[in-house]
Design a protein around this ligand. Structure first.
Ligand code: ZN
Length: 688
């Protein structure tokens, strides 16, 4: 259910599917891109590995590297993303010269994005129709119709764990939690400009400051659009958002699938959540034919629906006007785009400088036409022998995981049998999807960048809704091949390992296999283990939300999980701000389990075959260093603060310290009691 790493930027979540406007990355050559396997020069051997394993493995690199001015953070994922983007840029530019209709769309999308002069000349014309429509809203029925028409498939609570949309609600379509034989729509909360409800409700100094700056941002956007009475309107817009935030579920509750499993008959919405004209809303959203909708956030749906009724229409019109301009601002004339960058990137995430436009163009094109670009990428950069190598590793790690289940002393035989059944039905996708998406129905114009982004979002929504009439596809992919990440899909009981993450430092076909097991092997193990963690244990072999554990198994698991949560709660990345052990628990369990399974798989497949003492380090030492180096990263404090509040993953540095739960790490580095990372043998967390 979880990706291996945070969304590259939180901003991506703030911008919708194709409207990923503000970011991109800068070229920074790191030695990890050229090294084969682990980077010995990037270590700092003056640090005691038992005190700070992250710095021992990465200290040299941390000293040598600076976070590029256009980024909130920089690490192993960014090194790969940069390389992938350069490759993708070449492919996109090449596609523009092609006569193939799909390739031409890629080229046209990119060219339109790049033509800043044309954007300047058009002014606000591209959003005029939308603003006119909002201004003409005559009553609450018309409001419901507009709100419904704005729904998009821009959230994904279980696979990509993306809970953010600036639209009032978000839609996700997936197999039914209770009956995976058919697809159903899920409805999630949305409507905020700031990333989380706590940003509005917290009285902590940093949030109070952010609240004032966000109100200023609303004023600035309205003034740029020459809207009269900007200050008064901004105050009302902010107040409405604060009321929406009050209705929102917390980030931790959002991740609790038991709280999310609320199938509501569509006809009952008017009674369960009175206020919004739901019949009109669903009709405009293309959902009125659905008998049932699973309401992920019932409190928010009820609370927001009430606001639709009890807040004045004029306030809603102001709010929608601001949202429309703000959402489009990255593709509006320079002052709008600059204000967008200033607030969402600099103020919110601490990024001082915007990345070059071509990089943003590549990101946007690659998001809007994901499979079309992915097809080109795979053809050029993912040869069949790379796929075969990864598949062999997957096979070994799945086998190691199965063996670990057999050897568990605490798990009852009945639960073990169910766990093995789940391992047996696991779909593992490597490199790229089994079927490519067809973009022939998507209109892309060379002179309409905003329209392209909007049509792409709508096309994606309609494609998503079309799944409602079809049987679920267990092999469906939820990442594009050019995405540097990996996913576990709980209802599908599947994994996605895109071609892009299968690059150094995660996977280097020229490196010693021991090191690949420490890096990509641990990622593979991480994703497999999500099928069996605190959330995965709630989904059976067929993807049903059905707990398959006995109560005593669950009790043992919870005790181990609580110890791990306490281990992470103790970390304090910023003064007074701790890691949230509960919010990051699933990911931390997956890290422990994934590293353990990868270690077993490497021992059984390669121990003794690789050259021991290569690079002056033993095999086991290189395995653990490769793991810690795959989590190398530096972060700006502003960005770190946002992640600590909203991200299901712990900061990378603490993920690297996962090693402290494995006995083999203590032996490999001779870690004795008294070292800072030392955990007594019986207190080490062994979940799987
Ligand atoms: Zn994960």
């Amino acid at each position: 259910m979880k990706k291996i790493n945070r969304a590259k930027f939180l901003l991506i979540a703030v911008l919708g599917v194709a409207l990923l406007l503000a970011n991109g990355n800068v070229l920074l050559t790191s030695r990890v891109t050229t090294a084969q396997g682990i980077d010995v020069a990037g270590m700092d051997k003056s640090v005691d590995p038992g005190d700070d394993f992250f710095s021992y493995a990465n200290g040299g690199w941390l000293k040598a590297v600076q976070i590029p001015a256009d980024r909130p953070a920089y690490g192993a994922f960014d090194v790969i993303a940069e390389k992938v983007r350069e490759r993708t840029a070449e492919l996109i530019k090449g596609a523009g010269k092609s006569n193939d209709p799909e390739a031409k769309k890629i080229g046209d999308y990119y060219d339109a994005f790049m033509n800043e002069d044309a954007i300047e000349k058009k002014g606000l014309t591209p959003i005029k129709a939308e603003l006119d429509e909002i201004a003409a809203l005559a009553d609450k029925t018309a409001l419901a119709r507009l709100l419904g028409s704005q729904l998009r498939a821009d959230v994904d609570p279980l696979n990509a764990t993306n809970f953010y949309t600036d639209r009032l609600f978000g839609v996700w379509v997936s197999p039914d939690l209770n009956n995976p034989a058919h697809n159903v729509p899920y409805l999630l909360q949305g409507g905020l400009g700031l990333p989380d409800r706590d940003n509005y409700l917290s009285t902590e100094k940093n949030d109070v400051g952010l609240q004032a700056k966000y109100r200023d941002h609303i004023v600035t956007i309205l003034k740029l659009a020459q809207i009269a009475g900007a200050e008064a309107k901004a105050a009302r817009i902010y107040d409405l958002e604060k009321m929406i935030a009050t209705a929102h579920a917390t980030r931790t509750d959002s991740a609790d699938v038991q709280k999310a499993n609320n199938p509501w008959p569509t006809k009952d919405f008017a009674n369960k959540a009175p206020g919004l004209d739901w019949t009109t809303f669903f009709k405009a959203a293309g959902l009125s034919g659905q008998p049932t909708i699973i309401v992920w956030h019932p409190g928010a749906v009820t609370g927001i629906s009430a606001l639709a009724a009890n807040q004045p229409l004029d306030v809603w019109k102001d709010y929608l006007t601001f949202r429309a301009i703000d959402r489009a601002s990255g593709l509006l004339p320079r002052p709008f785009a600059a204000e967008r960058f200033r607030f969402y990137s600099t103020t919110l995430n601490g990024i001082p400088q915007q990345s070059e436009r071509w990089k943003r163009g590549v990101n946007n094109t690659s998001a809007a036409l994901g499979d079309a670009v992915g097809k080109l990428y795979v053809k050029q950069y993912f040869p069949p022998d790379a796929k075969a190598k990864i598949q062999a590793m997957v096979k070994n790690i799945v086998a190691a995981f199965g063996k670990r289940i057999d050897n568990l002393t605490w798990m009852t035989p009945a639960t073990k049998a169910k766990a093995k059944a789940k391992l047996g039905t696991l779909y593992v996708g490597v490199g790229y999807p089994e079927h490519w998406r067809d973009y022939s129905g998507l209109k892309i114009l060379r002179d309409d960048p905003l329209g392209n982004a909007q049509r792409s979002d709508l096309f994606d929504y309609q494609w998503t809704l079309s799944k409602l009439g079809k049987p679920p596809d267990k092999t469906e992919w939820w990442l594009t091949p050019q995405t540097v990440n990996a996913l576990n899909l709980p209802i599908q009981n599947g994994l996605n390992f895109p071609a892009a993450i299968l690059n150094p430092p995660f996977f280097d076909p020229n490196a010693d296999p021991v090191e690949n097991y420490g890096s990509i092997g641990a990622v593979i193990g991480h994703e497999i283990s999500h099928s069996f963690d605190d959330q995965g244990s709630q989904f059976d072999a067929y993807g049903r939300l059905l707990n398959w554990w006995t109560p005593q198994d669950l009790e043992h698991f919870r005790a181990a999980a609580n110890r791990l949560a306490a281990q992470f709660d103790a970390y304090e990345p910023l003064p007074g701000v701790h890691v949230n052990g509960k919010l990051t628990l699933s990911e931390n369990i997956a890290d422990v389990a994934g590293l353990s399974a990868a270690y077993d798989a490497y021992r059984s497949a390669y121990a003794g075959k690789s050259s021991s003492n290569a690079k002056g380090l033993s095999d086991d030492q290189r395995f653990f260093i490769a793991f810690a180096q795959s989590w190398r990263a530096k972060m700006r404090p502003e960005f770190l603060r946002v992640l600590l509040a909203t991200d299901g993953h712990a900061p990378d540095q603490y993920r690297a310290d996962t090693v402290r739960n494995l006995d083999a790490w203590y032996t490999a580095f001779n870690i004795q009691p008294g070292r800072k990372l030392y955990v007594a043998p019986d207190a080490r967390v062994r979940v799987w």
